[in-house]
Design a protein around this ligand. Sequence first.
Ligand SMILES: *[C@@H]1O[C@H](CO)[C@@H](O)[C@H](O)[C@H]1NC(C)=O
Ligand SMILES: *[C@@H]1O[C@H](CO)[C@@H](O)[C@H](O)[C@H]1NC(C)=O
Ligand SMILES: *[C@@H]1O[C@H](CO)[C@@H](O)[C@H](O)[C@H]1NC(C)=O
Ligand SMILES: *[C@@H]1O[C@H](CO)[C@@H](O)[C@H](O)[C@H]1NC(C)=O
Ligand SMILES: *[C@@H]1O[C@H](CO)[C@@H](O)[C@H](O)[C@H]1NC(C)=O
Ligand SMILES: *[C@@H]1O[C@H](CO)[C@@H](O)[C@H](O)[C@H]1NC(C)=O
Length: 217
Amino acid sequence: MMESISCCKWFLILHLLFSAVVSAKHHGNPANELVNIINQNRTLAKLPQLNDNAGLSCIALQYIEHCQGNCTSNNTLKCKPSENNFTEIFAPNCGVELPTFGTITGRIVGCQSKYVEPLEAFSRVLVRDHKTLSVLRDKNHSEVGVGLIGNHHGPYFWCVLFSNDRINSTFVLDNGGKGIKQRKGCYSGANIDCNEGKRTKIFFLVSIFSVIFTIFI
Ligand SMILES: *[C@@H]1O[C@H](CO)[C@@H](O)[C@H](O)[C@H]1NC(C)=O
Ligand SMILES: *[C@@H]1O[C@H](CO)[C@@H](O)[C@H](O)[C@H]1NC(C)=O
Ligand SMILES: *[C@@H]1O[C@H](CO)[C@@H](O)[C@H](O)[C@H]1NC(C)=O
Ligand SMILES: *[C@@H]1O[C@H](CO)[C@@H](O)[C@H](O)[C@H]1NC(C)=O
Ligand SMILES: *[C@@H]1O[C@H](CO)[C@@H](O)[C@H](O)[C@H]1NC(C)=O
Ligand SMILES: *[C@@H]1O[C@H](CO)[C@@H](O)[C@H](O)[C@H]1NC(C)=O
């Protein structure tokens, strides 16, 4: 009896430790990480950093949510929403105040069958050729927004949108800057919990394993 109790205790402790490690590793928001990677790359090329705009990011998330299922075998996205889709669907779904809808001056989208860390997504999914690198390094950009979505079995979709508008006056989110809560995916520029598929899946598996072990001991 004593043995089984101490054994359970160990599992509980291990579970807590492992969960802590797992959530620490995935703490934060991969969309924010990608913005940092973009700004590092620009800084090294002596270009000004871009302001992370949450309204623009949320529109990026809506864009790929709308295009999910259109991932081609070479990691490109076969989906071109119309201008109207941006102002009539994506912006309202985010709670972006329409009079503040600015100019989108660049976009980079990509998809991958599995989740990859932001640094790998940057170099292997998003910025893979001269064309996308020149979009990234456009001197005229002033703002950026990143959205990311995926489900447990993939594929994962990333979208980077750029704008050249005056900082903080465009893509303003209503509700005091909170906008409309997104059910799925991640977007940058907001201190909001993000529901990126992988994190919840691992956490879930760890919990189930520990429960099963604890029951059988
Ligand atoms: C592909 O994208 C279009 C939007 O352009 C969307 O209507 C369609 O449902 C997507 N296809 C799949 C298989 O999800
Ligand atoms: C691969 O990507 C290019 C554009 O970069 C596209 O034109 C082509 O159709 C794609 N091929 C496949 C098989 O998806
Ligand atoms: C996006 O715009 C196109 C063309 O304007 C339209 O046909 C389509 O229905 C729009 N998408 C959605 C989901 O409404
Ligand atoms: C910036 O990103 C591009 C594309 O991945 C890469 O080729 C280049 O080496 C990067 N530059 C720096 C300074 O890291
Ligand atoms: C940069 O942005 C300004 C203002 O939107 C525009 O007038 C100008 O043509 C742009 N320059 C380039 C090189 O795209
Ligand atoms: C824009 O907004 C961000 C975040 O809210 C803030 O950190 C930054 O200082 C603002 N920039 C300007 C120029 O107001």
